[in-house]
Design a protein around this ligand. Structure first.
Ligand code: FAD
Length: 336
């Protein structure tokens, strides 16, 4: 709260994302981030863009239990696949429906969020903070956001003042997902959408095989480096990840060597992850790799070189051969 009785009420909007018909966890985390920054009297709406009615209904109902004020659902076949111009037009249609109060826009720092946020910022004349790790409301009503700089070596703090229009993308796995609010579910408002003629037509989306758990949102990651030595060497890592309900990741060293797909790369030029548990197998711990995973809550490193820099960030270190240690983990977990 800013303590001022004549403070203008502000509207926060979370742009939610679905994937394969399911609401993405980062959208619930963005709701939590927004809820944590609201002052008394502020409102929070969640915007859901969907391409098929059934999907929209299920996700909208899930959101209605977490959005304090309303869910705005825009359901149109063109929104079934992400295309920058049509999605931007749909978000602007929602902005118009919420005008003039909508000032705070929250998105997940996903492939879609990263593409949509700057377009929205340009169209709304707003400031933008990307990849926020923390968000809090200050006593004077300003909202402070923190983000990592220089491959995670420094933390930058930025603030928006009351009355600013702001776009924020939040890093997955950094905020606890919003829990349902007790009481009646928020109303779902369906906003009509007449898509503009698009210059982009998405014919097909070909997804590379990267396991069943989304790497960016995974709670547990088993990552392999050049020390894994071959594509076949990743099989025990995948087995361990499956036993733990996690995802497989990799260093660039492993990707460059052709052991796995670049979709698995973690680091400065790959994905940024913040799992509860990160198991690094045969990864030296170069600064560019650390940039993508050093904020993991618990890091376990398995490396046969006791001087490997990865031990400098690890909570638990195992100096040993990963081809002995990983099968021992598997045997323990599977009760063999
Ligand atoms: P190595 O450094 O070769 O380490 C292999 C490790 O495996 C060694 O420590 C070794 O002791 C251990 N080992 C070997 N055999 C075994 C065994 N049997 N059991 C246990 N341990 C064993 N890298 C990234 O990962 N992500 C990025 O996004 C990224 N971006 C980059 C951007 C730029 C601009 C540049 C210049 C580099 C970038 N890199 C990135 C590359 C980075 O500098 C390192 O080269 C890379 O991370 C090394 O990968 P690695 O740890 O798998 O391989």
């Amino acid at each position: 709260m800013n303590g001022s009785s004549n403070r203008r009420q502000e509207q926060h909007v979370v742009v939610a994302e679905c994937r394969d018909g399911l609401l993405r966890q980062v959208s619930l985390e963005a709701i939590a981030a927004a809820r944590g920054c609201m002052a008394d009297g502020d409102k929070l709406a969640v915007l859901l863009l969907c391409g098929d009615g059934a999907e929209a209904s299920a996700a909208a109902e899930q959101l209605a239990r977490r959005a304090p004020d309303e869910v705005i659902a825009i359901d149109h076949p063109v929104l079934g696949r992400y295309a920058p111009d049509t999605h931007l037009a749909a978000v602007l249609a929602a902005a118009k429906a919420l005008a003039p109060e909508a000032r705070w826009w929250w998105l997940g720092h996903t492939a879609i969020g990263r593409d949509l946020a700057p377009r929205l910022a340009a169209r709304l004349g707003a400031g933008q903070v990307s990849d926020a790790l923390a968000a809090a409301r200050g006593g004077d009503g300003r909202i402070e956001l923190a983000r990592a700089l220089h491959a995670g070596k420094a933390l930058e703090r930025r603030a928006f003042l009351p009355g600013d229009t702001a776009i924020v993308t939040v890093r997955p796995n950094n905020f606890a997902p919003a829990e349902p609010i007790a009481g009646a579910a928020a109303p779902i408002r369906r906003v009509p959408f007449d898509p503009p003629p698009s210059r982009i037509f998405v014919r097909d989306v070909v997804r590379r095989a990267s396991g069943t758990v989304d790497l960016a949102e995974a709670r547990i990651i088993v990552a392999g480096g050049r020390g894994v030595k071959s594509a076949a060497g990743f099989a025990p890592l995948a087995e361990l990840a499956a036993l733990l309900g996690g995802a497989v990741g990799a260093s660039r060293g492993a990707c460059d060597a052709g052991y796995c797909d670049y979709a698995l790369q973690i680091g400065q030029t790959g994905k940024t992850v913040t799992p509860d548990l990160y198991i690094a197998c045969g990864i030296s711990g170069a600064v560019q790799h650390l940039a993508g995973m050093s904020r993991s809550r618990v890091i376990v490193a398995i490396n046969k070189d006791p001087e490997a820099p990865i031990f400098g960030v690890a909570d638990y270190g195992i100096v040993g051969d990963l081809f002995e240690v990983v099968p021992a983990f598997i045997a323990e977990l599977s009760g063999e």
